[in-house]
Design a protein around this ligand. Structure first.
Ligand code: SF4
Length: 567
């Protein structure tokens, strides 16, 4: 079949896009550089049938053997005052990424800038866990007064080094690095627009698309060089969902959260040694104290380990500029009229570390409250309450406190066996449960147990756990799930298995109890989950903030259904 008669979009030359002639930097772990290919393969365009189509980026959805998996964690740090800063920026970022490792374990990268030259960034990226990628030699190369980092789990592009972030491009105005958490809901139209402006794309990643879209001049034009806040604003109006971004230029970092606030992003302040690092979740906390530097992160859980204090969240639609002079809000992009904030409720249920703070409350407290609500909605006569460690534990304590039934551990977790989702088949996954858990038989024997888990996805792991407990002598096992049934796909950066694979689409809770061998099984209701999350929040949706996305539970998508649904 012949290709298209006209020029291939990769080779179109857009006169108003000077950046597209610059090479796209791709550094490998040994820091070698190669250049963007101009072949069809490199941009993933389909030129069959004489027309140019953009393949769906969701070709892999559901094909991955996973439960619920994240796309990424992002982190940035900058020293304030005189440069060179006394802060070891690369080490701060590396430790920050270690604290975000639960958000992605496939690859990671750090890019730093010394703040002097717009042409040179120091970069190190690689596949695997943070501790394996960033050895002493790599860290020595990452000199700088500012930098950004990323840890990745892929849902929208292949797991390979070319997709490692942060992405670096050299524009006509200097180097630009971008790290992204989330997934662009309108990726296809943005991709077409960027290709139509003559910019080639060398990967299938949203993050490269965002990076290249930032290189486009905003429609209002620019008079005195690039107006980066205006470019970011333009991108946010083109793509309102879903991302948290850290964008680094020579001497600045921009922290950006999408107008719906779907993905988390928060700010912290690096304080002099000897300061109080107490995190109390108050938005004005510590603003008056002198900062040695500022950090931005997907979650606040790593701040104490780097000597930083949580200050506040980046607000939905906010663009925060971080420089040697401090932080300031440079713009806020509004949501479309009548649209609510839509922070991912599964950050509370499952993804985030329990010591992170969202919306003025610790994730642990929200999970505890979910357990209390579950006990009110679905009580049961039992001798002990227990959990599937570790993410079900806070909810189990909440259930125990509300019901008055004592909490007792019944499962012992082998910390050296990986998460079960990385295993390649149902049979191996079931064997994996046996390898992952042991039963504390003295606590179990003869007991009626309420076992709390945070969620059920495929329903493959809970059955073997129940069998383990029965084999250890449990008299009854009642399952209580601290979230509602998961029924719909996520288009905002979370990998959810196919409709057919989700157990809640195959059977109700009564049948599921039978299927997994439980004496009873109940879920928390959607209303119960939402009210538990609101219970300790400092703001409420009636204040115009604090709305949550529950689309995978209800099918009600915050920005409407995306353009290329193929779940
Ligand atoms: S659909 Fe579910 S997982 Fe995705 S953003 Fe919404 S609440 Fe989170």
């Amino acid at each position: 079949m012949e290709g298209p008669a006209g020029p291939h979009p990769c080779r179109l030359q857009g006169g108003d896009v000077p950046e597209q002639r610059e090479p796209l930097e791709r550094r490998t772990t040994d820091d070698s550089v190669d250049y963007r290919s101009d072949t069809c393969d490199s941009c993933h365009c389909d030129t069959t049938q004489g027309e140019v189509k953009v393949k769906s980026k969701r070709f892999g959805r559901g094909a991955v053997e996973s439960g619920l998996t994240h796309e990424c964690g992002v982190f940035g740090a900058i020293g304030t005052g005189e440069w060179p800063t006394q802060i070891d920026v690369a080490q701060v970022i590396c430790l920050g990424l270690v604290a975000l490792q639960h958000r992605g374990q496939e690859s990671a990268g750090i890019v730093t800038s010394e703040g002097k030259s717009a042409r040179t960034f120091n970069t190190h990226k690689g596949m695997g866990l943070i501790n394996n990628i960033f050895n002493d030699e790599a860290m020595k190369k990452l000199k700088g007064n500012l930098g950004i980092g990323h840890t990745r789990y892929s849902t929208s592009a292949a797991s390979e080094e070319v997709n490692c972030q942060p992405f670096v491009v050299h524009t006509a105005h200097g180097a630009l690095a971008v790290a992204h958490n989330g997934e662009l809901v309108n990726c296809s139209s943005l991709r077409k627009m960027v290709l139509g402006r003559g910019v080639g794309l060398s990967t299938h990643s949203d993050s490269e698309l965002i990076t290249q879209a930032l290189c486009l001049n905003p429609p209002e034009g620019e008079t005195n060089g690039p107006d980066w806040p205006a470019r970011i604003n333009h991108l946010m109006r083109l793509a309102p969902l879903s991302y948290s971004l850290v964008i680094m230029l020579k001497d600045k970092i921009y922290a950006v959260r999408d107008p719906y606030g779907n993905r988390p992003l928060c700010l912290g302040k690096i304080l002099p040694l000897g300061s109080s690092f107490l995190m109390n979740g108050c938005a004005k906390n510590g603003m008056e104290e002198r900062a040695e530097g500022w950090v931005v992160s997907s979650e606040s859980c790593g701040f104490l380990s780097i000597g930083a204090r949580y200050v506040r969240e980046v607000l939905p639609g906010e663009i925060v500029e971080m420089s040697r002079h401090g932080i300031r809000t440079v713009d806020v992009v509004e949501r479309p009229p009548a649209k609510q904030q839509a922070f991912c409720i599964f950050e509370y249920v499952y993804f985030a570390r329990a010591d992170s703070i969202f919306e003025g409350q610790m994730v642990y407290s929200a999970r505890l409250q979910c357990g209390r609500m579950l006990a009110r909605e679905s009580p049961v006569d039992a001798d002990i309450v227990s959990s599937v460690p570790e993410s079900g534990t806070a909810a189990a304590h909440g259930y125990a406190r509300q019901s008055g039934i004592p909490f007792m551990e019944v499962l012992c977790k082998n910390r050296y066996v990986g998460r079960t989702f990385i295993q390649p088949s149902t049979r191996l996954r079931q064997l994996g449960v046996a390898k992952k858990f042991g039963a504390l038989s003295e606590n179990v024997r003869g007991k009626r147990i309420v076992l709390i888990d945070d969620s059920i996805v495929r329903g493959n792991t809970i059955g073997p756990i129940i069998k383990l407990l029965r084999d250890a002598g449990a008299a009854e096992v009642h399952i209580r799930i601290a979230s509602p049934p998961l029924k719909y796909p996520c288009y905002m950066g979370i990998n959810i298995p196919t409709r057919e694979e989700l157990i809640a689409n195959k059977m109700d809770s009564y049948k599921l109890a039978e299927h997994v061998g439980a004496d009873s099984l109940e879920y928390l209701s959607v209303e119960g989950l939402v009210s538990a999350i609101h219970y300790n929040m400092k703001a409420t949706p009636s204040d115009g903030v604090g709305g949550h996305c529950t689309a995978c539970l209800t099918g009600d998508y915050p920005g409407g259904l995306p353009e290329d649904v193929d779940w």
